[in-house]
Each structure stands twice: as structure tokens, then as C-alpha cells.
Design a protein around this ligand. Sequence first.
Ligand code: G3H
Length: 405
Amino acid sequence: MRQHAQPIADSLVREVAKPAKQSLDEVVRSADLIDYTAEEGARALGAGELLTSDSFPGQTRNKLCLVSKVPLGVVLAIPPFNYPVNLAASKLAPALMAGNAVVLKPPSQGVVAGAHMMQCFAKAGLPKGLVNMGSEIGDYLTLHPLVSCISFTGGDTGIAIARRAGMVPLQMELGGKDVCIVCSDADLDLAAKSILKGGFSFSGQRCTAVKLVLVVKEVADALAAKVAAGVAKLTVGDPKDDVDITPVISDSSADFIEGLVEDARAKGAKFLTPYRREGNLIWPTLLDHVTPEMRIAWEEPFGPVVPIMRVDSVDQAVAHCNANNLALQGCVFTRDVNRAIAISDAMETGTVQINAAPARGPDHFPFQGFRDSGIGSQGIRNSLAMMVKIKSTVINLDKDSYARG
Ligand code: G3H
């Protein structure tokens, strides 16, 4: 993949309008992820356990239990359009290391990049038939009796898949409404920089993007001014030119984003940057004085729109965060580490970043969503554990001869 990184990255630019440098980064990150998975898997999956029966009350020592990890069978991997390569690799690599076969269902936009990646695997000597790429989704793949695990990243479709999956183990990541809580003692320059990067990279089309800023009133004006100054400098246009903001994935996605923006406008949000749209290219939009009555206070735009809600207290911010069914990540900015830990403990989300924007990487860290944001934990180590089942073999020694021995 490293040798063929550029053509794969070029596909990402063309298919999903990911800026050129981020596209190349995605490919390199995926190669690194595969390397790490191979190393981690060799050790983690090779380790078994031996239990002896006499450690349980009333038992003698004649039973020995060998605990091993065995493959699940066929893993169905369904990555999303925003990381067609990386979130395919993050499913494929642990599945293969654990001894499974894989059916990859690439996103419709991102399928060419996925096919390039598959060619790399073939060139690297992957046995034929071990990974197959299919274009059919719906019931055929997700309900197929030979599928032993579904690893899915995407939107609401995941909930429907989960409801029908029955006994099939699931690894699901279904997005988030990642909040950024800014306390009165925060480093506002750092917070503003992180909101800018976290909210607008890949035009906000990341499940871990900053999707709502909850700032205490004392510092709200200062923070809003700093973020607005940064937004004004973002470049907009063609992903080939490596600009910051590129077209969102589809017209329907742009329509949805516009619906949230117009709902906020109608309910009194203040626009710190003018809203502008040409086709599915939306200029970066910063909204202030967002209130809980607005849809954008709860729904994820998956686009270059960052709403700011001013709160009376951090408790109010935490309560808003916990009232949302989407609970992937969140972040808190404060100079007081004790306070940061207390806030993190109170936030019911899969991950809380202290003094940095939400992010999945580094890729060996656990990554999980609470409530409607997901099932199971990802990250290389947890994905390896997810891709096996535990098998016990119990050796029953003959009690008498064992005792004599
Ligand atoms: O869009 C969902 C991804 O898992 C986010 O990954 O934090 O590396 O952008 P990222």
C-alpha cells in the first residue's frame, strides 16, 4: 500500500473529495495500522490460558482447561464513505490476523479506492478468495447464514442491521454528536484551534468532528471571536488543490445540512460567518447563540457547520451532552486536571479528550460509542479480540491414576 499510496489517494480525492494531503495520510495511516495489527495480533492471538479445576471450591485437580482463541468464520466489513480505505483496513486487518475470511462491502463512493487497496493485497500475496469484495448490501449480505460477524461504520442503517442480526456478533460505529465543553479557565487559543481543526477537517464529515461547542458564558464572546477569526482563513474549493473545505459527499447531504442551518436561523441563531452554498459545496459556517430548541443542538450535520451554545455552567453542558442518544466522543478544555477528570467521569460518552479535539487515533487506542453511537469497542487491540471466539478444551484426567501419580 505504501508503494501504491498515490493512486489510492488520488481515488479518494476524486471519489469522496477528501483534500489531497488528507487522502495520502489516510493511505499511509492504513498501512501503519495493518503493520501494527500484524505485530500485535501475532502476540495477542497466540496467547492462550490453562486453568486448573482445584482453584474452585470443592474441586480436585484432575480437570485442566485449555482456553484458546479461534476464528469466527466470515467477517462482513462495511466501511463508510469518509474513510473508505482506513476504516476498511481497520476491519480487514484484525479479521485476517485472527484467521477469518472477509467480505468487504465498500461504500458506493470510495469503491475505486477500495478496489485499489484490494489489488495491493493481491500483489502482496494474499491467498485468493480470502477477501472478497461485494457491492450488494441490504438483507442479502447482512442476513447471510455464513456471515459470522458484522463490523459496520456508518449512519442509522447500522441500527436496522443490529436489530436483525440475531446471534451474529457486532462491531458498530454509528456516528456521534461530539461536544466540546469549554470551561472558564480554558486556554482559549488552544480551544479555538482545536474547534477549528476538529470541526472543519474534511469539511466536518468525521464521526469524531466537533459537532457542538458548549461554552460557559464568561468566556463565550472571546472564544467565539477566536474561532470566527480562524474560520475566515479556511480555504474552500477543489480537493485536488488541498483546500480546507471541499464539497460534501452528495446533494442530499448538502440539503440535510442546509435544513439544520435554516432551522437554526428561523429559531434565532446568530451567524458569525455568512452561509453560502454552491451545489454540494458549503462554505464553513459558524453559528452562535444556538439553543436546545434547534435541531442542530442535537443532530449531527456531517458538514462544515459548527454550532456554539452558551451555557450557565459546566453542569448544564454535561447534562446536554448526556441527554443525546449519540455518545461517541467529547472533549473538555480546562487548565485544571482534577476538574477535567471529574467532567470526563460525568460525561457519558465513549471517549473524552482533555484539551484536544475528539479523534479516533492513535489507532491502537480503544474506540467506542455509548448508546446509539455503537456496539463493541474498536481500536487494534479490541478489534483483534472481537474477531475471535473463545474455545475451551477440558482434559479430564483419570482421578485415581492421577492421584496415584
Ligand atoms: O468518521 C469516523 C472515524 O472513525 C473518525 O476517525 O477521528 O481519525 O477522523 P478520525
